[in-house]
Design a protein around this ligand. Structure first.
Ligand code: HBI
Ligand code: FE
Length: 296
């Protein structure tokens, strides 16, 4: 929904200044609760062994599988205790500055609507399943929770340098589509992957995409596509590595160094990239091998 006609839709007439609304949990229909259950069950068939421990433990801690669309008030009781984060209901994608302001204050804006049964495999706009199932479990991990707050603060700063595209690429290749190395092999943490049945398998097992070790500036200079599986995934060594990049980087000079447009296509593989080769053996070692790849 376009924020401009947000006041027209009965679902959102009472939207507040910060674009939050009441979740309206008591108004969900049995069909809508049933859609959550179908999506949840389907994902739990494929995520154990593919999603990282922090995600699976977060799902448990917040009891998101107890049946039906979660009541944000109940989720927040536990989430606040764990990392001080809370989920706030919004009717649609909110303007960037509003989004960053919420993240900087440990509030995650989550759509309160759920997709129709005929949209089980793909939705244009993040619904409550993408946002709450996909994003919120990771907010129970203290280090990732710190990263998300730092990201929000960085976003507010990026607005001043007109370098939003670069920052959106960082969000895209980590929060939405990030992979992480673990002693048991490569695992998923990105919300866009864990909330997608097919991409949960594609991201770890398909031959075609590049899997490149995370490098902050490389990520921020890389374009991405929003309407299909990713052609490149970036892999973190740990959430510490991800968080440290936000605190150890002076973003001012970095924003000034970055071009206004992306330098690399979503399919680029550079000489300087550390590319993980696909293969159960390499994955098990989760180390990958340095590859000198011809520039594209
Ligand atoms: N609004 N509700 C909502 N959810 C998002 O994920 C979101 C948003 N507004 C802006 C936005 N994401 C993007 O700009 C991020 O890539 C930064
Ligand atoms: Fe998202």
């Amino acid at each position: 929904m376009d924020p401009a006609n947000i006041y027209a839709d009965p679902r959102t007439r009472n939207v507040r200044e910060d674009f939050t609304i009441d979740q309206g949990w008591s108004e969900y229909t049995a069909e809508e609760h049933g859609t959550w259950d179908i999506l949840y069950e389907r994902q739990m068939q494929c995520l154990p062994g593919r999603a990282c421990d922090a995600f699976l433990q977060g799902l448990q801690a917040l009891d998101l599988g107890k049946g039906g669309i979660p009541d944000f008030e109940q989720v927040n009781e536990e989430l606040m205790k764990l990392t001080g984060w809370q989920v706030v209901a919004v009717p649609c994608l909110v303007p960037d500055d509003v989004f960053f302001e919420h993240l900087a204050n440990r509030r995650f804006p989550a759509g309160n609507f759920i997709r129709k049964r005929e949209q089980l495999d793909y939705i244009q706009e993040p619904d409550v399943f993408h946002d709450v199932f996909g994003h919120v479990p990771m907010l129970t991990d203290p280090v990732f929770a710190d990263y998300m707050e730092a990201y929000g603060k960085g976003g507010l700063r990026a607005l001043g340098y007109d370098r939003l595209k670069a920052l959106a690429a960082l969000y895209w290749y980590t929060v939405e589509f990030g992979l992480i190395n673990t002693p048991h092999g490569m695992r998923i943490y990105g919300a866009g992957i864990v909330s997608s049945n097919k991409e949960s398998i594609f991201a770890l097992e398909a031959r075609s995409p590049n899997r490149i070790h995370f490098d902050l500036e490389r990520v921020m200079r890389t374009d991405y596509r929003i309407d299909d599986f990713q052609q490149t995934y970036f892999v973190n060594a740990s959430f510490d590595e991800l968080f440290r990049c936000t605190v150890d980087t002076d973003f001012g000079p970095l924003y000034e160094r970055l071009n206004p447009c992306f330098d690399f296509t979503p399919t680029a593989a550079l000489e300087s990239d550390r590319i993980y080769t696909r293969g159960t053996q390499e994955y098990a070692r989760a180390g990958g091998r340095k590859h000198n790849v011809k520039p594209v």
